[in-house]
Design a protein around this ligand. Sequence first.
Ligand code: ZN
Ligand code: ZN
Length: 326
Amino acid sequence: MHMLPKPVKLFSMGPIFRFERPQAGRFRQHTQFNVEAFGEQDSAMDVEVMSIAWQLYAELGFRGLRFQLNSTGCPQCRPAYIETLKAYYQTRRQEICGDCKRRLDRNALRLLDCKSPGCQPVIAAAPVISRHLCPSCHDHFHHLTGYLDQLGRPYEINHKLVRGLDYYTKTVFEVWAQGIGSQNAMCGGGRYDGLIEQLGGEPTPGIGFGSGIERIILSMKEQGLQPEPLPEPRVLVIHFGAKAKARAVELVFALRNEKIPALMSFGEKSFKAQMRDANRMKAACVLILGDSEVEQGLISIKDLRQGEQIQVTEAEMVAKVKSLLS
Ligand SMILES: [Zn+2]
Ligand SMILES: [Zn+2]
């Protein structure tokens, strides 16, 4: 992959299995899709990846979308921040939960995403990483928020948004939607500039996000969002006789080649039954073919909205259908 022109843009989709206890909306097995870009550290790349998530949820109809945003620093600036955070937590050790006491020794960054109510006042007063970023991380974050401002994409800087693993760097984000709170972020993502190197590759920056499909469906149901209806076929090709049927098979593909959504009538049905099918599928027009028309190279077109019927040559057919549909 390192031979490909950068950035290398990837997506993946498949089943994911949870180790934690399943709960409402968090199944043992779920389906996740991931979007990633490797080889580019420019924060304009972050905006592109983040926008894919944004655009998807916007097109699905979610309202009140906003990013939750933070920087998790880098190996240059993060260790000093973690020391500051630990020193602060030592002064409040009596107030924090048992999990946080363990995190304090093992994975201090995760102190910030503790959900225990007793820990919330301690988190609220904790030192924030955004004031401890090195110039490179600071600039990256500054440009990123500048691009989001330009695009009018709302975001909140969320100091609690962190990742516990060393290979995560700089940008961390989630997308939240109206009525869907922090427990149910639509997606989570960020930078992992240290990942490829940790896996044994050349140092290669990366950014991406993952989103659970069942989570999206559940949220759509909660919000009463319907998926967009599939495009309806606009033209039904109806036919009488063996020659006409063979020609109908060709015509339906000729129409599709012209990006006209078309279907042919299957089996041998009466004219009335085929017209009923056309009305049921709300076709705009029908093409009518009989054996004698095929011999003459003619096609009848019936406009179902105006009720008019005309006869055209095969050469005129596509243009006529297009004008009827426009
Ligand atoms: Zn840094
Ligand atoms: Zn805690």
